[in-house]
Design a protein around this ligand. Sequence first.
Ligand SMILES: C[S@@+](CC[C@H](N)C(=O)[O-])C[C@H]1O[C@@H](n2cnc3c(N)ncnc32)[C@H](O)[C@@H]1O
Length: 418
Amino acid sequence: MSQSNSRAFKNAAYSHIAEVGKALSSPARIEILELLAQAPRTVEVLAGEISQSVANTSHHLQALKRAHLVTTERDGLYVIYSLAGGDIAELMAQLQSVAARHSAELEKLKREFFDDPAGLEPLDGDALLDRLRAGDVVLLDVRPEREYAEGHLPGALSMPLSVLESRIDELPRDCEVVAYCRGPFCTFSAEAVRRLRERGFEALRADVSVHSLSVRQKEHWDEVYRSKAPDSVSWYRPRLEQSLAWIEASGLGSDAHIVDVGGGASTLVDDLVERGFERLSVVDLSEEALAHSRARLGDAAADVQWVVGDATTRLFEEASIDLWHDRAVFHFLTDETRRDAYVDALRAALRSGGFAIIATFGPTGPERCSGLPVTRYASADIAAALGEGFELIDQADDEHVTPWGAPQDFAYALLRRV
Ligand SMILES: C[S@@+](CC[C@H](N)C(=O)[O-])C[C@H]1O[C@@H](n2cnc3c(N)ncnc32)[C@H](O)[C@@H]1O
């Protein structure tokens, strides 16, 4: 690689990146991306929402499409626009939070607009999670129902602003109501809070979006792996014996595509490399976790596919996986929507006849892990939790012992995709 080659490479690479920046350099296009982060839409619907002509909106959408930020799909006579990936929604949430943190003008604008007559500060992500864990609030999603159906915060009730008044009596009066909407610059939740208070409810706004919490989840796990050594976390186990035994017994050849979902810094990948498996992928929300495994594996890491991503999204091509392994990730999906999304991703990616190994906390296991609530399963119930399309082949109960000697009940299920 010559020096002039390296200059040419950098020039070309940065101009591709600048194309993305250029596509973002328009208030209308940022608003469009925020709307598409909630749910796909047609150009006509978008035009109405951003108060621009269809021609103008279409022009903006073409710019976003050229930068590969949106994709289209035809539905009869309509063209439906969507984000090209969940990471774009996270980018928008990050962009907004960077702007709010570093622009005093924006902060002032927001304060003046959302000034709360009761003098209450909106809940931020941390405060909202604390209140949800304490269980003393009702969380209300006041966006249109279609946006709620695309994804919502765990435990949230859907009550779009347009029907709030007619359904207000469904809400309990003995606890505070917290409303959230599309994000920090959407006005639905402020309006919902005003109407709720008018009707005598104790109500508060949460300054979050569905995507800002997913960014926060990643930050949570990154912080865990930054602050703790991989062998000092409660789930650390020098070797995943049960999983290895089932993988060896599966009869899969060395060319099988095996994915460790939420693999963290687990040593399973090392053991699979050692056994000659050649097509291994490890997925995790946390880049920090994967960095530990890559460093541990050394040169062998180059032959593994490392994916920073969310197991509840489709990260792999359809029917491209021979074995899906998940130890202690599925149990974090305490909300039905996230569980459904995970199962959808698993069903799509696992080929027919392929295997899934799912391990969760068992019925007497802890109720939380890493500060987060979990759902516990008996090994016999894991298949039912996944729903149709899986045949239970084997099940096992295991007592995991944490690095500080505490026993934890784990449940394992080996399933086949039918
Ligand atoms: C309890 S640890 C288990 C790690 C590993 N499977 C093991 O057995 O050592 C849970 C792991 O799942 C990751 N994780 C949590 N939610 C996830 C999600 N939705 N998608 C991908 N990874 C996730 C976390 O970053 C963490 O590494």
